[in-house]
Design a protein around this ligand. Sequence first.
Ligand code: SAM
Length: 274
Amino acid sequence: MLLAFASILIDCSNLKRSPCLGYAPAKFVEDDAPFRLFTAKIAAVAEDLRLCQTKYREYIDTPTEIILANSMEYRPPVEYDLVITSPPYMNGLDYVMNYKIEIGWLGFARTHQELKQLKDAMVVCDNVSKGVIRRFSGEAGRYSNPWIEHIKAEIAANIARRGFYRREDMPEIVHKYFDDMYLVMRNVSQAIRPGGRFVLVIGDSLIADVYVPTDLILARIGQELGLKIERLERARVRRSGQIRSYRLRETVVTLKAEGLAGNYLRQGLKAQWP
Ligand SMILES: C[S@@+](CC[C@H](N)C(=O)[O-])C[C@H]1O[C@@H](n2cnc3c(N)ncnc32)[C@H](O)[C@@H]1O
């Protein structure tokens, strides 16, 4: 019931999410909205449960486990046949800012400081604190590859040419994104059984007029970690938030473990970069 209540909070308030959270002064919320929306949500949950108990009865006893952890740190103790994820997009949403109402109501953070700790532990977004990026810049042993270095240099040159950009440290933010995703992918690639698959749904980006093929770079990182790029499928076309006429895509990247993932890592083999 608490979860159902958390899911109607934005609809009952003068906030909107489109997709970022913001005030909607012209929004009209009827006095009985919390009662009506809560009742409707509970009915939807009940219908889902009814479906589980009728249509999918044979799966009800399938053991499930939900682990709340940071994917950059968590090392699964078992091996998986299939891992599916849609990681944060580069330059994407600030999840903590956007979901702070639900995070608060569900008790995942009690203070602004706890919200900040949560945000700092996440895969980076372009709203990250400057301190996190400063610390990252000085870190030894960061993941990189020639593609990332090339993109960083182009972004830095474009920011210098423009004379101003909303984040001067954008090249480092981009670098941290791939470093974060490398940590996630390294943990996952070590936890996939031979023959198993790792599927990522991910979008590309346009940053300071520089095209960042995040999908292809993550696919190559997977290759570097010993996985085979089995398939790259365009799922849909998106528009860039910066230049509306610029077309971006969303890709389903399928990586396959052919029994070598762990070995590759142990031998320290690297993919050949262009
Ligand atoms: C594109 S969304 C995908 C959401 C998910 N597929 C769903 O349908 O709810 C990316 C998610 O990654 C989460 N995330 C960001 N950094 C993370 C981390 N270090 N460990 C685990 N999850 C993280 C964000 O909170 C966000 O919910």
